[in-house]
Ligand binder design. Structure first.
Ligand SMILES: Nc1ncnc2c1ncn2[C@@H]1O[C@H](COP(=O)(O)OP(=O)(O)O)[C@@H](O)[C@H]1O
Ligand SMILES: [Mg+2]
Length: 249
């Protein structure tokens, strides 16, 4: 049965979308079948892969108007797209019974078809994110190795605890991944040490290095393996995908 992983951090710009795409693409390289879910109304994942507007997005599915309709992005990788409409979902669902369980129900019939379903969460801890965590087996937290990386972590831990208590007792922290790492910068090295002290073995051995190819790939509407197979970005995300597969099996 497929495993569901949420990429979570309510800070923007820490590498959630980049990691969702390229962990997924790395898993495809390793022979896995993956489904990526764009759960951010900004639709960065959808746009970064150049997926054309579909009649059914995650929004229509969440509203109960349709099943999930995966779009075949490349062999081994399907995507459920998002649009700005999704921004109204939080308000619209506020009075819905079982509103935190909508994604869990939607994904249930898909679990057989994929090895991994990976959710790119929005930069907030609202109802969409609660839905993602309620549907997930694991949460992976990307942390940018910069000043203030750790800020807001207490809040993330609190939300995970509450979800475990009330909505999904199976949820596990799959790991913490250091992103945009530049080993030449003392600050980056210091931040990684702090992250390791705080999270211990939860920190993945693979750090995602800061590299321009990872920032360029979305403009070409490609994942890092399609854009620059020999880049450090491809190497790092392949290693990370391998680590995640090992930890979750
Ligand atoms: N390892 C990296 N090296 C260089 N640029 C990166 C790296 N990871 C992400 N970026 C860039 O940083 C920005 C924020 O990343 P993104 O994945 O969109 O974060 P989030 O989804 O958390 O907001 C994007 O422009 C992205 O291309
Ligand atoms: Mg994003």
């Amino acid at each position: 049965m497929g495993k569901i992983i949420s990429l979570l951090n309510h800070k923007g710009g820490v590498g959630k979308t980049t990691s969702t795409i390229n962990i997924g693409a790395g898993m495809v390289e390793l022979g896995k079948k993956v489904l990526l879910i764009d759960l951010d109304p900004q639709a960065n994942l959808t746009l970064s892969l150049g997926i054309p507007r579909q009649p059914i997005t995650i929004y229509e599915a969440i509203r109960g108007e349709s099943d999930i309709q995966p779009y075949p992005a490349k062999p081994g990788m399907d995507v459920v797209i998002s649009t700005l409409d999704l921004s109204s979902a939080e308000m619209e669902l506020i009075n819905e019974a079982g509103r935190e369980y909508i994604l869990r129900e939607l994904f249930e019939p898909l679990r057989e078809a994929y090895d991994y379903i990976i959710i790119d969460c929005p930069p907030s801890l609202g109802l969409l994110t609660l839905n993602a965590l309620t549907a997930s087996d694991y949460v992976v937290i990307p942390l940018q190795t910069e000043f203030l990386a750790m800020q807001g972590l207490a809040k993330i831990k609190q939300v995970i605890q509450k979800v475990r208590l009330r909505l999904n007792k199976e949820l596990e922290i799959g790991g913490v991944v250091a992103t945009m790492y530049d080993g030449r910068k003392v600050l980056n090295r210091d931040v990684v040490e702090t992250i390791k002290k705080y999270f211990g073995p939860l920190v993945f051995n693979t750090y995602i290095r800061d590299t321009v190819a990872l920032a360029e790939a979305p403009a070409q509407q490609k994942d890092i393996f399609a854009y620059s197979r020999n880049s450090s970005g491809a190497e790092d995300y392949l290693n990370l995908a391998q680590e995640i597969i090992e930890r979750t099996s």
